[in-house]
Design a protein around this ligand. Structure first.
Ligand SMILES: *[C@@H]1O[C@H](CO)[C@@H](O)[C@H](O)[C@H]1NC(C)=O
Ligand SMILES: *[C@@H]1O[C@H](CO)[C@@H](O)[C@H](O)[C@H]1NC(C)=O
Ligand SMILES: *[C@@H]1O[C@H](CO)[C@@H](O)[C@H](O)[C@H]1NC(C)=O
Ligand SMILES: *[C@@H]1O[C@H](CO)[C@@H](O)[C@H](O)[C@H]1NC(C)=O
Ligand SMILES: *[C@@H]1O[C@H](CO)[C@@H](O)[C@H](O)[C@H]1NC(C)=O
Ligand SMILES: *[C@@H]1O[C@H](CO)[C@@H](O)[C@H](O)[C@H]1NC(C)=O
Ligand SMILES: *[C@@H]1O[C@H](CO)[C@@H](O)[C@H](O)[C@H]1NC(C)=O
Ligand SMILES: *[C@@H]1O[C@H](CO)[C@@H](O)[C@H](O)[C@H]1NC(C)=O
Ligand SMILES: *[C@@H]1O[C@H](CO)[C@@H](O)[C@H](O)[C@H]1NC(C)=O
Length: 482
């Protein structure tokens, strides 16, 4: 006979460690254990009810425990299907180490028409071949510890007496709410590979109360890994709602990351809003809270004023403003925004100059600065600006990611055409007019003359002083003075 403890199916999920209400799940010691079924673990080698199993046998074998329990290992032999035999008394069917990639629930209606509880495990199983057929007594379905990664929403619909559906420890990534004919079903889902990049916002709804362990579900995809599924979905819901705001109705919004706060007790969402190609004439006056990245390329923006004046832009760290009509960013000078941004992309705008010193100072104050893109703008090769700009680009070549592609232009005196030069390599000879050269040369000469004069005057003074002390004679000039 099988040991008496054998009867109580052991099937436990342990929440170990101190589980406090405030800690996010990712920091709790959340362990999903023992998805294996007790009957499957304590496999007897000799049984009065069945044949002796050689330990290396791969053949299916079943044990019938009167009055109504059946435990099968490695599948069910097909000859059983004809025989009926002991299977027709089975109320509890436990299938251990299911050997196939699929399991077909349709076999149950012929084999075990009076089944009340089904348990199924095995690391080979990936799919259910069909939805469950009507099995009028089936109350409990446990499919656990398998590699099941998909279930249809109607898989359990025909089970009108269903009370417990346990799908813990499988490889489900996403599910839609199951359709149930039965009035009240408790569903267990912990320990699956939930991909929170996908939409499971429905789990937040009141009607989803029957998904009884939903607060313990944890995301396993790279973006949200370790985050509680409900937390991820709650942020998704909020972002989706705020994205409907009329200012940005045509944009798309995503949670791009949930960062763990410094005290480790909560999450900070980072939101990405994409308003590229939406025909904006100005920056939207509204953004979802905690927007950190804004893509607004290929619109018709002319100014970036809102970056400094609109509070919604306080949290925006990365902004992509490429291919707009922006003519100046001087308004950003000495602003908090410029001291805190991470990425500022202004390719393909109408900038012809910037205040190099103020941008440079801001960058040097900004510890998080990442990239600046400035190419494809009609920068003017003015002598002083171009030289300053060049010095700035050379000093910050890794920061200005497209510095090699930045050109400036001047109007060629001979034919009046625009001539473009790479700013990194222009020389004063290329861009500074001869008159500017001459003026510079004039001032240079002048300062040399003054410097020489000063040296001469001091020398004369020293000489006169020496002469006076030695001979007591005042210099000739003093004698002539009245
Ligand atoms: C199955 O067997 C158990 C005892 O092991 C018993 O309590 C239960 O009533 C039986 N179920 C049916 C439907 O006979
Ligand atoms: C089960 O099958 C046996 C014969 O194989 C039959 O005698 C018995 O009446 C069947 N019992 C039920 C509940 O169908
Ligand atoms: C099926 O899962 C339920 C819910 O976790 C559990 O109470 C029950 O013992 C399991 N049954 C079997 C046969 O493993
Ligand atoms: C489930 O896994 C199988 C095998 O790894 C794969 O071919 C299939 O695409 C997966 N299905 C889903 C819905 O992820
Ligand atoms: C999660 O889903 C996203 C979008 O459907 C997909 O791109 C990504 O590869 C998935 N991640 C994992 C780990 O399955
Ligand atoms: C930003 O996220 C934090 C949570 O990290 C939240 O407390 C705050 O209200 C959010 N800000 C806005 C404007 O939604
Ligand atoms: C933003 O949306 C545009 C247009 O829908 C698309 O072409 C672009 O790839 C999106 N950008 C990002 C970063 O998602
Ligand atoms: C809204 O965006 C779509 C592309 O996502 C674009 O085809 C459509 O013209 C836009 N509508 C307006 C009014 O900007
Ligand atoms: C520079 O311009 C070339 C040609 O337009 C382009 O292929 C390259 O990606 C640009 N480099 C950067 C860093 O923008």
């Amino acid at each position: 006979m099988l040991p008496p403890g054998f009867c109580s199916a052991v099937y436990s999920i342990l929440l170990t460690g101190p589980v406090t209400a405030q800690l996010p799940l990712s920091l709790q010691n959340l362990v999903v254990e023992n998805v294996a079924i007790g009957e499957c673990a304590s496999r007897p080698s000799v049984s009065t009810q069945g044949p002796a199993i050689p330990s290396n046998s791969n053949r299916p074998v079943c044990f019938f425990t009167p009055p109504n329990r059946t435990v099968c290992f490695r599948g069910i032999e097909t000859k059983r299907f004809q025989a009926g035999g002991k299977f027709n008394l089975t109320r509890w069917l436990i299938l251990c180490d299911w050997p196939l990639k699929t399991f077909d629930p349709l076999i149950l209606s012929r084999l075990v028409p009076r089944i009340e509880r089904l348990a199924l495990t095995g690391r080979v199983l990936q799919r259910l071949a069909h939805d469950f057929p009507a099995l009028p007594y089936l109350r409990m379905v446990n499919i656990t510890g398998t590699r099941l990664n998909y279930t249809s929403v109607s898989a359990f619909y025909e089970l009108e007496r269903l009370q417990v559906l346990n799908l813990r420890g499988n490889e489900l990534e996403q599910i839609q709410p199951y359709r149930f004919r039965s009035g009240h079903v408790e569903v267990y889902l912990q320990g699956n590979l939930w991909n929170c990049t996908n939409d499971m916002i429905w789990l937040l709804k009141e009607q989803s109360r029957q998904y009884v362990d939903k607060p313990t579900l944890v995301c396993k995809d790279w973006k949200y890994t370790g985050r509680p599924v409900l937390t991820a979905m709650e942020y998704k819901r909020v972002v989706r709602e705020s994205c409907l705001h009329e200012e940005i109705w045509n944009c798309s919004c995503h949670v791009s990351y949930l960062r763990l706060s410094d005290n480790g007790l909560s999450f900070h969402p980072m939101i990405m809003v994409n308003c590229s190609d939406r025909g904006f004439y100005q920056l939207p006056q509204y953004l979802p809270g905690n927007t950190t990245v804004l893509h607004i390329a290929r619109n018709k923006l002319q100014s970036v004023d809102s970056l400094t004046t609109n509070e919604h832009y306080q949290s925006v760290q990365d902004i992509y403003l490429d291919e707009n009509r922006i003519t100046t960013i001087d308004i950003l000078e000495d602003t908090i925004w410029l001291d805190n941004f991470r990425i500022l992309s202004l390719r393909g705008n109408r900038l012809n100059r910037i205040r190099v010193y103020s941008v440079e100072h801001a960058i040097e104050r900004n510890p998080g600065v990442g990239k600046l893109y400035l190419s494809n703008n009609p920068w003017r090769c003015g002598c002083r600006f171009a030289i300053r700009f060049q010095r700035f680009l050379r000093k910050h070549e890794s920061l200005v990611a497209d510095s090699r592609n930045i050109t400036c232009y001047f109007i060629n005196d001979d034919d009046g055409r625009k001539q473009y030069l790479p700013v990194l390599t222009v020389t004063p000879n290329d861009i500074c007019r001869p008159s500017e050269h001459n003026t510079a040369a004039f001032y240079n000469t002048l300062s040399i003359i003054f410097a020489t004069l000063i040296v001469l005057i001091f020398t004369k003074l020293a000489y006169d002083y020496y002469h006076y002390r030695k001979y007591g004679k005042l210099p000739w000039l003093i004698m002539k003075m009245p």
